[in-house]
Design a protein around this ligand. Structure first.
Ligand code: ZN
Length: 118
């Protein structure tokens, strides 16, 4: 699937399933899993001196979830959608929402080979 760091996603399965969008903090295991803000939290016990908890104790951190349990969130559709790829007039690769066709950002430099011919 086609999710990048910084994307908004909707969690569709598991304990944290809901229809509200969350931000992807990290893509791990070569795109198979994601760390999503506020989702799949667990407590990690740390010793004193940890930079985020000088006293030691328990830190709440997000654990990775499988990418198959999320869907891309489109701000225009205001809901989960599928994402596709297309090339723009200058041959730049672009992701887009398959529901409303809105662009979800350009992800490559212009490549003349893929430019649309007039
Ligand atoms: Zn959309």
């Amino acid at each position: 699937m086609r999710i990048k760091k910084g994307d908004q996603v909707v969690v569709t399965a598991g304990d944290d399933a809901s229809s509200t969008p969350h931000k992807v903090l990290q893509v791990v295991e070569g795109g198979k899993r994601l760390v999503v803000e506020g989702v799949n939290r667990a407590y990690r016990h740390v010793k004193r001196g940890h930079p985020k908890s000088p006293q030691g104790g328990r830190l709440s951190i997000e654990m990775p979830i499988a990418i198959s349990n999320v869907q891309f969130y489109c701000e225009k559709c205001n809901g989960p959608t599928r994402i596709g790829y297309r090339y723009d007039d200058e041959g730049r690769k672009e992701r887009f929402c398959r529901k409303c066709q809105a662009s979800a950002g350009i992800i490559s430099p212009p490549r003349p080979k893929y430019a649309k011919k007039a």
